[in-house]
Write a protein of this length. Sequence first.
Length: 124
Amino acid sequence: MELVKLFWASLVVCVGFAVTIFLGLVKDEVSAWLPVLARRIIQRAAAKLKEREDVDRYLEEWLAHLQECPGRLGQLFHALGVWQGAARMSKARHPQTLRIDVKRMLVATSSCSPSSTMECPGRY
């Protein structure tokens, strides 16, 4: 009975050491890939911009700022912020074409006659 308890205790300790070593290796691998991931996110963010000169200029600025960010997680957070900002910039500079609801326009204009300008909102 004592021998079985000793076996299981030593097995738990060995598995604990193996898991600790494995998780340390995984942490090191993930940590090593974070700067690469951050650069790729910034490259994709710059590609969202429409004009070619904007892409080149912002890519250079964002990558330079990435090198100034301390820590690998700081670089990743910076890259994610750049990606979000690039999406906003792209929408602000190149708004989608406006979709006009024709049915609503027809209903609004058909209820207003030229003689009844006082009853129609938006008419003078």
